[in-house]
Design a protein around this ligand. Structure first.
Ligand SMILES: Nc1ncnc2c1ncn2[C@@H]1O[C@H](COP(=O)(O)OP(=O)(O)OP(=O)(O)O)[C@@H](O)[C@H]1O
Length: 334
């Protein structure tokens, strides 16, 4: 079990991480989401023991993880961090890159484990090629195979999906889930992509200016975001001031400036709709369309409809939603 207790990291005047407490259990995947500069990479480096914390502690199975100033070789043997740039050795094959992590083991075990990792990471076809002769997705899988070779207790991944096309993302996603299940690794990955953040982990944490503002099951965080930032980091969101909601048929007891979040899929087309507006944009998304509607000078709404729905820009549409679709949040939107 990896634990961060009230972690703080300052670089001079800049405080990148502000009192983050988090537990990752064996066999669990946690996704850490945040805007650029919110402290995600700093958090990974702290958890890996690669930078010294200004305050607070990281513990692995109850034992404190030392920072780089306390040891000759920075890092921890049971905590592996996979960087965005993969950092493979360029002049040896994919197989030898993986083998390097196992060089201190007996040859028979090495061969057995490399074959196992190559199978798990689906690298059979490219194992004898050099890193420059394989795709980005294959490099990413090699970096992961190398990191997990010695069965680390913790696997930390920096933006593991950011450079990958959809088939490779799905491959790595499946591989990570298999890995965590079979080897009971505690895994944390950082991302700024809401789809990856919601679909893969058992829990999702949202970093805002170095604070962990919300942590929970993806569905709970998506449905009940703590503030506007969390709502926007976890998917498309209509952020609506309380004073505009009565126009949409929602009666409530909130202050005029209180802010509500309504997810686009909660708003439906309706001939008998209590509100509506003029269609400003229609975006085809495959299985559905995303439609932007100007309700009035102050309120623009986005809703989803089946792709089969014929909606044109400039058209007037009627809409409806139930009062349960409205989630009240902290904070304000500009
Ligand atoms: N070595 C450093 N020296 C000074 N400031 C730093 C250092 N590393 C990070 N920072 C600052 O700390 C804050 C958090 O940076 P961090 O790289 O952790 O964010 P991030 O969420 O990973 O961003 P991105 O998604 O863009 O990689 C930023 O304001 C950054 O400029």
């Amino acid at each position: 079990m990896l634990e961060s207790i009230q972690l703080v990291k300052s670089f001079g005047d800049v405080t990148a991480v502000r009192g983050v407490s988090l537990v990752i259990k064996p066999g669990e995947i946690v996704g850490l989401v945040g805007a650029s500069g919110s402290g995600k990479s700093t958090m990974l480096n702290l958890l890996a023991g690669l930078v010294d914390a200004t305050e607070g502690t990281v513990k692995l199975n109850g034992e404190r993880v030392k920072g780089p100033s306390e040891q000759l070789v920075p890092g921890h043997p049971h905590i592996k961090l996979v960087h965005q740039e993969y950092q493979l050795m360029p002049n040896v094959s994919i197989r030898e890159n993986i083998a390097y992590s196992l060089r201190f083991y007996e040859k028979r075990y090495q061969d057995y484990r490399i074959d196992q990792l190559i199978g798990l990471c689906r690298l059979e076809a490219v194992q004898h090629r050099l890193p420059r002769q394989v795709s980005g997705g294959e490099k990413q899988r090699t970096a992961i195979a190398r990191a997990i070779a010695e069965k680390p207790a913790v696997l930390l991944l920096d933006e593991p999906f950011s450079h990958l096309d959809l088939p490779n993302r799905e491959l790595i996603r499946g591989m990570l889930l298999d890995l965590v299940r079979h080897e009971k690794t505690a895994c944390l990955f950082v991302t700024h992509d809401s789809t990856d953040a919601l679909s893969i982990p058992s829990r999702i944490g949202i970093l805002q200016d170095g604070h962990l503002v919300q942590l929970g099951a993806p569905m709970d965080v998506y449905r009940r975001p703590y503030n506007a930032y969390v709502a926007q980091m976890t998917g498309p969101a209509n952020l609506i001031r309380a004073k505009h909601l009565p126009l949409m048929g929602i009666i409530h007891a909130y202050q005029p400036n209180a802010l509500a979040c309504v997810r686009p899929e909660q708003i439906r087309l309706s001939d008998r709709g209590r509100f509506g507006g003029t269609v400003r944009n229609v975006f085809f998304k495959g299985a559905f369309i995303e439609v932007e509607v100007e309700m009035n000078r102050f309120v623009n709404l986005t809703f989803l409809a089946p792709s089969s729905e014929k909606i044109k820009v400039g058209q007037l549409v009627g809409l409806e939603m139930s009062p349960e679709a409205v989630h009240w949040m902290r904070g304000s939107a500009s």
